[in-house]
Design a protein around this ligand. Structure first.
Ligand SMILES: Nc1ncnc2c1ncn2[C@@H]1O[C@H](COP(=O)(O)OP(=O)(O)O)[C@@H](O)[C@H]1O
Ligand SMILES: [Mg+2]
Length: 297
């Protein structure tokens, strides 16, 4: 019987809505699944056949510690998604790499810690957010007249040790929402609509994640095509789970972010999604165990 750890964060224990459907699907498949906080020092990770990253949402303020933990887990058992994927995906500079590979990404300007906090072009309306972020934390929307506040926000993020990214605000999200496409084992599973999250003039959220309006959505052909292009442009094979978040623009769908680390998978919005995920998960773990057995003798 497979034994897996579902890695979460203490603060996310009651917030991760995927946990119940996931645990139910694991039980159904005969998999022993245990929910554990990633930074719980009492956990012995080698007891598990695999550690599945789920809702480790508090890593954004302690990325080096989180990556060290991922490294440690990888040395002891199978980490899903794997270490190289997580390393690449936890800093949104990957958007620049995907843009260079020809993926339609939202225009993005980066400010490193050493850059002046006002070193970004003017936009009628724009978003400023940390390059290492989740749950909309640190993300704020500004109009051109508020540039002074925006620069102060950039500077505050830099002081907290966060590199910064600036994007034009894609206003179609206000009516059409965001589309997130879920892929399991490289194949499309389901999609959702997420309502807009940055009301004009509001402060950044102080919660673990800003409250989200989620509903099932049929993606357009254009959205499916962009998601495929994103997954084809990865510098590694398609991982077990991927969530492609797109915003509408006058020029078609644009990549907002690609979640390969700790995405909500919105199991409850699509019949059969959790069992489908667990089947793919069991395949990945069994393949890895066979491979390890073969290579270690
Ligand atoms: N360029 C943008 N245009 C419009 N809305 C945006 C933009 N960037 C971020 N947002 C809004 O802020 C939310 C959080 O930003 P996102 O880049 O997804 O960061 P996080 O990793 O925190 O989820 C998005 O879901 C979207 O509603
Ligand atoms: Mg997001």
């Amino acid at each position: 019987m497979l034994r897996i750890a579902l890695a979460t964060a203490v603060a996310a224990f009651t917030l991760d809505e995927d946990m119940d459907p996931l645990r139910a699907a694991c039980a159904q498949a005969g998999v022993t699944a245990q929910r554990v906080a990633w930074n719980d020092p009492t956990v012995s990770w080698q007891r598990f056949d695999a550690v599945l990253l789920r809702s480790t949402w508090d890593y954004t303020d302690q990325l080096p510690a989180f990556l060290q933990w991922c490294e440690r887990v990888s040395a002891q058992t199978q980490l899903i998604n794997p270490l190289d994927v997580v390393r690449w995906n936890t800093d949104k500079r990957y958007l620049g790499e995907l843009a260079r590979a020809g993926v339609p990404v939202i225009e993005t300007h980066y400010l490193s810690l050493a850059d002046a906090p006002d070193d970004f072009p003017g936009f009628a309306e724009f978003v400023l957010k940390p390059t290492v972020g989740a749950g909309s934390r640190g993300a704020r929307r500004f109009v051109a007249d508020e540039r002074e506040q925006a620069v102060a926000h950039a500077s505050a993020l830099q002081t907290q040790g966060h590199e910064v990214m600036v994007q034009p605000y894609l206003a179609q999200v206000d009516s059409a929402g965001e589309t997130a496409l879920l892929y399991f084992a490289g194949a499309f599973s389901h999609a959702i609509r997420k309502g807009p999250l940055l009301p004009r003039g509001s402060a950044a959220t102080r919660a673990l994640f800003a409250p989200e309006q989620i509903s099932a959505r049929q993606p357009s052909d254009a959205e499916l095509a962009v998601a495929e292009r994103v997954l084809d442009a990865l510098p590694f094979a398609r991982p077990l789970y991927a969530r492609v978040d797109l915003l509408p623009s006058p020029d078609g769908p644009r990549l907002l972010e690609l979640e390969l680390t700790e995405p909500s998978l919105f199991f409850d919005t699509a019949a059969g999604a959790a069992p489908r995920f667990v089947a793919a998960l069991c395949d990945a773990i069994s393949t890895d165990i066979l491979h390890r057995t073969a290579t270690t003798g």
